[in-house]
Write a protein that binds this ligand. Sequence first.
Ligand SMILES: Nc1ncnc2c1ncn2[C@@H]1O[C@H](COP(=O)(O)OP(=O)(O)OP(=O)(O)O)[C@@H](O)[C@H]1O
Length: 257
Amino acid sequence: MTQAAVRVENLWKAFGRQVAVAGVDLTLPAGKFVGLVGPNGAGKTTTLSMVTGLLRPDRGTVEVVGQDVWRDPAEVKARIGVLPEGLRLFERLSGRELLAYTGRLRGLPGTEVDKRATQLLDVLDLAGAQHKLVVDYSTGMRKKIGLAAALLHNPEVLFLDEPFEGVDPVSAQIIRGVLERYTASGATVVFSSHVMELVESLCDWVAVMAAGRIRAQGPLAEVRGEAPTLQQAFLELVGANGRDTGSDLDWLGGGTR
Ligand SMILES: Nc1ncnc2c1ncn2[C@@H]1O[C@H](COP(=O)(O)OP(=O)(O)OP(=O)(O)O)[C@@H](O)[C@H]1O
């Protein structure tokens, strides 16, 4: 059996009376492209934040590449890359400066940082914008420079929260190519998304989350089961099939006020 990249046991987190994560157990295999899917408010971001050492759990354990994240967060953080939701970047640096700074923070030698930054900027089609300040980057460019920063130290596991949100199809294709190449080398990608078609075409492993719990996890074909698409399987798993789609909104449309 291959080693698990991520192992989560009985993970809990509440914000006041709102329980965001209610006893999550997850085992994600190494070397896979893993999709964490779930409706809005399911607890995906909260789970990823606890798994990556950004948010302390109320209860439960998290192991990444065999190490307890909350016993020694710094040690684990050196081995992972993270593209968090609502990524905050150093806006007054240029894209290249941001990578140079990130690389030095990661303890890489300057020449290596320069080499890797040049290659990542090229592959991600940011070479032309490398001297522009990050504050002037578009949403898609921000995702791409964030991804470059997360990959710079060649992490073993990469966590991405909604990496394709606000990204045009050309940039999405570029990001996808980089990630496929990365997993082909044995590394693991864990990403959250609402876009089922994307998850279905990219992932070999899926975890479905709703209301703070995992509803299903396993190889894509297993989670999809008999359903024609992952979207269908997802709607059934989260109990959204047949939900009223707004029949009360009889005033909407038709031009009368
Ligand atoms: N800092 C916070 N303070 C209070 N409540 C929070 C906080 N962060 C998350 N929550 C609540 O926890 C629940 C799970 O939120 P979370 O952001 O983890 O869901 P999500 O699956 O990532 O949703 P989305 O797909 O909409 O981004 C929601 O009910 C949310 O309102």
